[in-house]
Design a protein around this ligand. Structure first.
Ligand code: NAD
Length: 482
């Protein structure tokens, strides 16, 4: 067992100081491409969490009183540092999460853009003046909600934490963020950019620990005013219920099982190429990843052939190696899930056209996998795969495809391919999803909101809606005394 000394030592960041947990407890950190340990993760004790909460309370007082122009300047300076350090951040990310370096660097650069968008948008968090009785001034103001407790997963190690941090800070809130214990060093490098940009101590605190203990502690504390979570549906429901018990609002960005409907009039080659590109990005570990491919029966042969070609063109390997286009899965749980879902589908009669078995080498590598003849009761058509599995299912009529697409409790992303404006409108109207892409499978953009319906959660990140959860609306009616 060797520890990689080139990898940064992981620390928490509380009240403007880098620190280890008070009890000295740690968890191992593993490189998913080698299964070798690369460091240890400090785990917060309740006293550490209390320090973070006290710091966030004081940080909120300071930050809220800081003029918005000054806040924006600090946030822009942080964005500049994230962009400048993107190659270094990417290296840390690839080591602990596995995604190819180019993908990791792209994520870091986009993160700087997201921060700039939020920082600028905060300058437009206008209230309004409402016509009222003479002698009365009736206004609506938007104020920061207060200290935020945020919990983020491991699939976007810099973009994920930053969505919460940049929204909270832009709105004038302070934040205690628990990053994933599987990607803590990337979160640490992100926080370092904010700290180096001159953010006052206590405004941003990073903690790590046993997830259930940390979330229970931070949610129950009277200091926190908003709970923001990205992750799985079961954990999201648990945290939303805990928040409900103490009457706190929550922002829930949960899982999905995105349908792709390829209509009879679509170009099957274009659809297959776009869908495959999105499917294998981040090894399929994306909440909006296309994951149920519903293809009109007249196109299914051509679509499948092109999709398999694209899957086989993917180079699976260590993300640090030049030419790798898909890294390992981020942890052993995902690898086990891929094996279980494929075995279940095959046992029920599905065919594996390519992939299907973990690579015979160390690391959590599972290749792009295409399944056909998948029966409706196969688990892969119901459970979010969160990995590089692509089940292809033919359909006859569009209403049948829409019913299938909407049949799950999820409602995050959906995709449609058609050349007909009327069909595009029908898809836009009928699909139960918070995010719909037509004739492409592009990712999220800073300017537009992302979020789900049904079990996929509530609240929006991105776009002008991003700050809504972090602001409260206050009505002030002021009778002018003569
Ligand atoms: P999981 O349900 O064990 O955990 C999901 C995330 O929540 C992890 O980051 C974990 O550390 C955190 N978590 C777990 N229990 C928690 C608690 N009590 N309090 C606070 N945080 C807690 O799943 P996993 O094995 O890490 O990931 C697999 C599943 O999670 C996927 O199938 C997918 O549905 C979902 N997921 C979704 C996203 C997303 O972007 N929406 C990201 C990562 C994972």
């Amino acid at each position: 067992m060797t520890t990689d000394h080139a990898f940064p030592a992981v620390r928490m960041y509380i009240a403007g100081e880098w620190c280890e947990g008070g009890t000295g407890a740690t968890a191992p950190l593993v490189d998913p491409a080698t299964e070798e340990p690369i460091g240890t993760v400090p785990l917060a004790a309740p006293a550490d969490l209390d320090r973070a909460l006290a710091a966030a309370e004081e940080g909120f007082r300071v930050w809220r009183a800081t003029p918005v122009a000054r806040r924006t300047a600090i946030l822009h300076a942080a964005a500049d540092l994230i962009a400048e350090r993107a190659p270094a951040i990417a290296r840390v990310m690839t080591r602990e999460q596995g995604k190819p370096l180019a993908e990791a660097a792209g994520e870091a650069r986009r993160t700087a853009g997201t921060l700039r968008w939020h920082a600028d948008d905060a300058r437009r968090a206008y209230g309004r003046i409402i016509p009222a009785e003479p002698g009365t001034v009736l206004t609506v103001r938007r104020e920061p909600i207060g200290p935020v407790a945020a919990f983020v997963p491991w699939n976007f190690p810099v973009g994920g934490p930053n969505r919460k941090i940049s929204s909270a800070l832009s709105a004038g809130c302070s934040i205690v963020v628990k990053a994933s214990e599987e990607t803590p060093a990337t979160a640490m490098e992100l926080v370092r950019c904010y700290a180096d940009a001159g953010l006052p101590p206590g405004v941003l605190n990073l903690v790590l620990g046993e997830p259930a203990e940390v979330s229970a502690h931070l949610i129950a504390s009277p200091v926190t005013r908003l709970i923001a979570f990205t992750g799985s549906v079961p954990v999201g429901k648990l945290l939303a219920a805990e928040a409900g018990k103490v009457m706190k609002p929550s922002l829930m960005e949960l899982g999905g099982h995105a349908p792709v409907i390829v209509c009879a009039d679509a170009d099957p080659v274009h659809a297959a190429r776009k869908a495959a590109q999105a499917k294998f990005a981040n090894a399929g570990q994306v909440c909006t990843s296309p994951s149920r491919f519903l293809v009109h029966e007249s196109l299914v042969e051509e679509f499948t052939a092109e999709f398999v070609k694209a899957a086989e063109a993917v180079t699976t390997g260590n993300g640090l190696t030049e030419g790798t286009t898909m890294g390992p899965l981020a942890n052993a749980r995902r690898l086990e899930a891929m094996q279980r879902l494929v075995a279940d589908a095959v046992a029920r009669g599905a065919k594996v056209l390519t992939g299907g078995e973990r690579l015979d080498r160390p690391g959590y590598f599972f290749p792009p996998t295409v399944l056909t003849d998948v029966p409706p009761d196969a688990e892969v058509l119901h459970e979010e795969p969160f990995g590089p599995l692509a089940p292809i299912v033919p359909f006859d009529g569009l209403d049948e495809a829409l019913a299938l697409a909407n049949s799950l409790p999820y409602g995050l992303a959906a995709y449609g391919f058609t050349r007909s404006a009327a069909t595009a409108e029908k898809l836009s109207d009928a699909l139960e999803a918070g995010i719909l892409s037509l004739n492409h499978c592009g990712g999220s953009v800073h300017e537009a909101p992302s979020g789900g319906v049904k079990d996929s959660g509530y609240g929006r990140e991105g776009g002008p809606e991003a700050l809504d959860a972090y602001l409260v609306t206050k009505r002030v009616s002021h009778l002018l005394v003569p």
